[in-house]
Every structure is written in structure tokens, then in C-alpha cells.
Ligand binder design. Structure first.
Ligand SMILES: NC(=O)c1ccc[n+]([C@@H]2O[C@H](COP(=O)([O-])OP(=O)(O)OC[C@H]3O[C@@H](n4cnc5c(N)ncnc54)[C@H](O)[C@@H]3O)[C@@H](O)[C@H]2O)c1
Length: 402
């Protein structure tokens, strides 16, 4: 069988721990035998980030700007314990944060639903897509720990020389401070991406903030969304779609009572937390896909979950773990599909679709990893990641020869 051709390379960002193990397995078993895979490879593993002073992350993001489509493996965001474990020279920032900062995109996360796995929330019938604003707020915040009483102020010095000052708090003792920001331009891009994605996928758009408390900061988000909405009103009406704004606490309650089938746009932190809640309630964090879309149409596909550290430590002791590779497989298929669409390679698009079918049909017919086996209805065979991927490869060969 001839391998499927590619013309433009995908930007490939390798990662850490268990997902790095799965990454290689997916490539070796599900991609390389069938596709003449072209990638521009960047090793975002923690040691390489440390060795290159994190330049490799910046280069990978720049390459994504150049080529337009990237696929990323989960990576460790270092904390104090990781500094020690990996003997790091610096506590490097979250690679995802860096990439999002450079691409200024919006992250859309959608659960992969299967008939055999019923969501924890009984009313949910369709996927809920979380659109997470990918710029600023606490992810680009500056923090300060003080050791004595004093006065905390917020100061802005304009390029014109105008200075604005506001009292944060007269602090009676030691405490903590945090400064964060966002930009109108980024909020506007976020809103545009959300309205466009809603039109693309023909789903209603919800947006929530806490503008009753954060009148100026969150209030600005609300205002900008309302302004941007005007430009999409006609198209929304034509498609029978609606835009709905509500407070985040009200949104949480409504989401739980809903049937699903809409996009929930969230600020950066809300999106981070809510996407884990939504994915877990839909079944497993390992079944959540994630794509970062920049306002100028660059795409970075990844799984929404992390590096599955607990499994990795067991793997290092020699255990063949049952780690779920589905979201990572879908990151690859999403990227290959998009690359195929952009380069008009119908065979590549069809291959990605067949790999998705082979993956889901393997689960439908009862073979799955432990996390899903614990949730699925009916008879199941819980297998290791190696066995699961081998079963998918077997099925894929059949689908490709049809
Ligand atoms: N996008 C990213 O690159 C990303 C996202 C989140 C966390 N992280 C990093 O991952 C590391 C581990 O973080 P964490 O434990 O909070 O998150 P995690 O997603 O790795 O794991 C959270 C929980 O979900 C389970 N889980 C997640 N994915 C699974 C899978 N594919 N199969 C089976 N079970 C799965 C894990 O067993 C664990 O109980 C950290 O170093 C963190 O910085 C990276």
C-alpha cells in the first residue's frame, strides 16, 4: 500500500512523561506505517526546554505561525517539586501559556461522546464546547509577597506620560498581591473566534463573567462581546443561533440543567477549570480534545489532559499502564485533517477520519483503557495502552483497505 502523501509539514511538539510514551507509540503504530509523515519537530520535553532556556517553545510557536497547523503533546509545567526532580535551572513558564501568548488564540475544548459512556449529568445529550480565552489574566500575572504592613497601589504610566494611580489596599500586615491585565485587542479576537466558531459549528454561544463584582475588568469583556456580536447578528439570525450572556454562577447552574450542544465562552481561568469539570462529567479527561485557534487562522491541536504523571512513575517501574491515548490520537487526526483541508489532500483528510472511526469503533466493540472501562455500560475488555493501540491499528488496516 502506498503511503498517504503530505505536502506541508505539521509542526510537531513532543512533550513529557506518559504522554511522551504514548506519542511515540501513536506515531509508530498508527501514523508512520500509513502516512508519509512530514513534520517540523520540536522537543518541548522539560529537559530540552531547560537546556535551551525555553527558546524551543518560542521557536515551536513561531513555526506554528509560519506553517499554520501544529500538534502538541502534553508537557510539564514546572513547580518547586519539578525543579528538584529535573534539577532545573529556572522555573520555566507553562509552554501552553507561552504558545497561547504568541498566537493570541482561543482554545476550544470538546468532549468525544460515545453511546456506551453516559455523562454524569443525565440531561447532557450533546457535547459542550468550552472556548477558553487564551491570553492574559492570572496566566500573565505578577505576584508579590510582602513581609510588613504597607500600602498597595496600582499604577499605570501611559506613553503620553500620564500617570493613573489607585489604592489596592492599606495592608495591616504581611500578605500577597497580584497584578494582571488583558488587552482590548485580545478580548476582541477572542470574541471574533467564538462567534466564527459558533457559525462554523452551528451552535449557540454563551458567555459568562463576574461583571457584578469586577465591574471594570469583567465589564470590559462583556461590553466588547456585545459590540462584536453586532457584526454577527445577521448571520446568527439566518442560522437560528443565539448569543447569550449571563453571570458565571448562573451559567454554571444552567449548564448543569442543559442538554448541551453549545459553546460556552469563558475567561482564561474559568475556561481552565470548567473544561476539566465538563470533561470529567462527560466521562474522562482523556476524552477531551483541544484546539487553539488564532484570529488569523493558525491551529494547534492537543489533548486537554496533562502528562499523566502517576501512570508514568508506574511505567518507569516496568508496568504496562492502561493510559487512554484517545485525546492524543484525536489531536493528531485534527491536525492531519486541517493540514489536508488547507493543502487539498483529500486522502489525508479521509485517513484522519478513518483513524477516528477505528479508535471509536474499537471502544464501541468493547476494547478500551481502564478509565473508560470503569465508566462504560455493557461488556468491556480493559486493556493496556499498547494492546488498545494495537487493536486500533488492526482495525485501521481493514478500514484503509476498504
Ligand atoms: N496541556 C498540557 O500540556 C497540560 C495540561 C494539564 C497538566 N499538565 C501537566 O501534566 C502534569 C500532570 O498534571 P495533572 O496530574 O494535574 O493532570 P493529568 O491530566 O495528567 O491527570 C489528571 C488526572 O486525570 C487522569 N488522567 C488524565 N489523562 C488521562 C489519560 N490519558 N488516561 C488515563 N487517565 C488520565 C490522571 O490519572 C489523573 O488522575 C503536570 O506536570 C502538569 O503541569 C500539562
Amino acid at each position: 500500500m502506498d503511503k498517504i502523501r503530505m505536502t506541508t509539514p505539521l509542526v510537531e511538539m513532543d512533550g513529557d512523561e506518559m504522554t511522551r510514551v504514548l506519542w511515540k507509540l501513536i506515531k509508530d503504530e498508527l501514523l508512520l506505517p500509513f502516512v508519509d509523515l512530514k513534520t517540523e519537530y520540536f522537543d518541548l520535553g522539560l529537559l530540552e526546554r531547560d537546556r535551551t532556556n525555553d527558546q524551543v517553545t518560542i521557536e515551536a510557536a513561531e513555526a506554528t505561525k509560519k506553517y499554520g497547523v501544529a500538534v502538541k503533546c502534553a508537557t510539564i509545567t514546572p513547580n518547586a517539586q519539578r525543579m528538584e526532580e529535573y534539577k532545573l535551572r529556572e522555573m520555566w513558564k507553562s509552554p501552553n501559556g507561552t504558545i497561547r501568548g504568541i498566537l493570541d488564540g482561543t482554545v476550544f475544548r470538546t468532549p468525544i461522546m460515545l453511546e456506551r459512556i453516559k455523562p454524569a449529568v443525565r440531561t447532557w445529550k450533546k457535547p459542550i464546547t468550552i472556548a477558553r480565552h487564551a491570553y492574559g489574566d492570572v496566566y500573565k500575572g505578577t505576584e508579590l509577597r510582602t513581609t510588613e504592613p504597607g500600602t498597595a497601589e496600582l499604577i499605570f504610566t501611559g506613553e503620553s506620560g500620564k500617570v493613573e494611580k489607585k489604592l489596592v489596599q492599606k495592608m495591616g500586615g504581611p500578605g500577597v498581591l497580584q497584578g494582571m491585565h488583558n488587552l482590548d485587542s485580545s478580548i476582541e479576537s477572542f470574541a471574533h473566534s467564538c462567534f466564527k466558531y459558533a457559525i462554523d459549528t452551528k451552535q449557540d454561544l454563551w458567555f459568562s463573567t463576574k461583571d457584578t463584582i469586577s465591574k471594570l475588568y469583567d465589564g470590559t469583556f462583556k461590553e466588547i462581546f456585545e459590540k462584536v456580536c453586532e457584526g454577527y447578528k445577521a448571520e446568527f439570525e439566518r442560522l437560528g443561533l443565539s448569543y447569550f450572556y449571563t453571570l458565571i454562577d448562573d451559567a454554571v447552574a444552567r449548564v448543569i440543567r442543559s442538554e448541551g450542544g453549545f459553546i460556552w465562552a469563558c475567561k482564561n481561568y474559568d475556561g481552565d477549570v470548567m473544561s476539566d469539570m465538563v470533561s470529567t462529567a462527560f466521562g474522562s479527561l482523556a476524552m477531551m480534545t483541544s484546539v487553539l485557534v488564532s484570529p488569523d487562522g493558525k491551529y494547534e491541536f492537543e489533548a486537554a489532559h496533562g502528562t499523566v504523571t502517576r501512570h508514568y512513575y508506574r511505567y518507569l517501574k516496568g508496568e504496562k499502564t492502561s493510559t487512554n491515548p484517545v485525546a492524543t490520537i484525536f489531536a493528531w487526526t485534527g491536525a492531519l485533517k486541517k493540514r489536508g483541508e488547507l493543502d487539498r489532500l483529500t486522502e489525508l483528510v479521509a485517513f484522519a477520519g478513518k483513524l477516528e472511526d477505528a479508535t471509536l469503533d474499537t471502544i464501541r466493540e468493547g476494547t478500551m483503557t481502564g478509565d473508560l472501562a470503569a465508566l462504560a455500560e455493557g461488556e468491556v475488555r480493559s486493556v493496556t495502552s499498547w494492546e488498545f493501540i494495537a487493536a486500533i491499528a488492526e482495525r485501521l488496516k481493514k478500514y484503509l483497505s476498504k
